[in-house]
Design a protein around this ligand. Structure first.
Ligand SMILES: CC(C)=CCC/C(C)=C/CC/C(C)=C/CC/C(C)=C/[C@@H]1[C@@H](COP(=O)(O)OP(=O)(O)O)[C@]1(C)CC/C=C(\C)CC/C=C(\C)CCC=C(C)C
Ligand SMILES: Nc1ncnc2c1ncn2[C@@H]1O[C@H](COP(=O)(O)OP(=O)(O)OP(=O)(O)O)[C@@H](O)[C@H]1O
Ligand SMILES: [Mn+2]
Length: 332
């Protein structure tokens, strides 16, 4: 049995090995590790889909209890996203999402449908997480099924809230606010929301070409028009001066959301700050990479090099040493 466990553990760590080389030996165990032997293969795949690196990193250093909880939330989010983005996406109907939502309600009441739901049931029993952001994420998936254009930034903001801002709101109750923090709870949630929005805006700016090939334009239509651009320009995928100017403004706005998020990280409990800083610094660098690619998000996927990722870690660590007591409470 011990050998079996060791083998499974090794296999589990494989995909992470690919992404995180040296750091990988530090990656957390699976939230369901004890149950894992009985998981069906497809659940394993969901866990190991080229993993959202920040989440891996994101759970380093946290207490075991918190790590499991963040992983459970991550897995639920990933599965929700896979419904509309994954291989079965073309079969997903609003009814399937309704069913997914009723499963969510059941698991919140302690009636999980499968092992992965059980991990989240366990989490909601241990941490004061609210069901609303989870429901809102499903709402975001409904929106994704029926909508492929966004009139203005208000509409895009709402979409970003549904699919990513919600993740921030789900995570704060697990990460915890530092006991010495004088910031209002509201301001910390606000920062968490901003980090989700900033990440999603960055994701959209990075994937313009990929999304266009799926017939989707997430960029605000009115702002495109103001810049003298239209959907046709997006589909044509040419980097012109108009496009560069448009992107400069979009990047500027995404950075403002990252700045807003920064104010909240300091207020988190000390063990949670490092992973969140790392995730923030890494994702924000994608914006720098878009610039370095001369704004070509049509044919290039901006990514942060391994070297930059690794240097971000000590930087994040240094920042995480600053807690609420060292900054004036007037800042917030
Ligand atoms: C430490 C840490 C980062 C914890 C969060 C872990 C967690 C629960 C992640 C779930 C992410 C997830 C799978 C969301 C589903 C929807 C989705 C895919 C959103 C996009 C992520 C990027 O993924 P990817 O590049 O794979 O996108 P494609 O689908 O391939 O296009 C998002 C851009 C959004 C992710 C949002 C966050 C990670 C928000 C993080 C905010 C916090 C942890 C709050 C921190 C607290 C303060 C006070 C700042
Ligand atoms: N080198 C990198 N630099 C910056 N961000 C990265 C890098 N590698 C991964 N990421 C971020 O982590 C996310 C996860 O990347 P990965 O390629 O492992 O899977 P994924 O994007 O979730 O896959 P899929 O697109 O199939 O859902 C990426 O989408 C990206 O946002
Ligand atoms: Mn993805």
């Amino acid at each position: 049995m011990k050998l079996m466990t060791a083998v499974v553990k090794f296999v589990q760590s494989m995909p992470r090995l690919f992404t995180w080389v040296g750091i990988l030996s530090l990656t957390p165990p699976h939230p369901l590790f004890n149950l894992h032997l009985t998981l069906p293969l497809n659940s394993y795949i969901i866990y190991s889909i080229p993993l959202f690196s920040q989440c891996l990193l994101g759970t380093l250093l946290m207490t075991q209890e918190r790590r499991k909880a963040i992983w459970a939330i991550y897995v639920w989010c990933r599965r929700t996203d896979e419904l509309v983005d994954g291989p079965n996406a073309s079969h997903i109907t609003p009814m399937a999402l309704d069913r997914w939502e009723s499963r969510l309600e059941d698991l919140f009441q302690g009636r999980p449908y499968d092992m992965l739901d059980a991990a989240l049931s366990d989490t909601v029993g241990k941490f004061p997480v609210d069901i609303q952001p989870f429901k809102d994420m499903i709402e975001g998936m409904r929106l994704d099924l029926k909508k492929s254009r966004y009139k203005n930034f208000d509409e895009l903001y709402l979409y970003c809230y549904y699919v990513a801002g919600t993740v921030g709101l789900m995570s704060v109750p697990v990460m915890g606010i530092a006991p010495e923090s004088q910031a209002t709870t509201e301001s910390v949630y606000n920062a968490a929301l901003s980090l989700g929005i900033a990440n999603q805006l960055t994701n959209i700016l990075r994937d313009v070409g990929e999304d266009a090939r799926r017939g989707r334009v997430y960029l605000p239509q009115d702002e495109l028009a103001q810049a003298g651009l239209s959907d046709e320009d997006i589909f044509a995928g040419k980097v012109t001066d108009k496009w560069r100017n448009f992107m400069k403004n979009q990047i500027k706005r995404a950075r403002m959301f990252f700045d807003e998020a920064e104010k909240g990280v300091t207020q988190l409990s000390s063990a949670s700050r490092w992973p969140v800083w790392a995730s923030l610094l890494l994702y924000r660098q994608i914006l720098d990479e878009i610039e370095a690619n001369d704004y070509d998000s049509f044919t290039k996927r901006a990514y942060v090099s391994k070297a930059n990722k690794i240097t971000a870690l000590p930087l994040a660590y240094a920042r995480s040493l600053i807690g609420p007591s060292k900054i004036s409470s007037k800042v917030l």
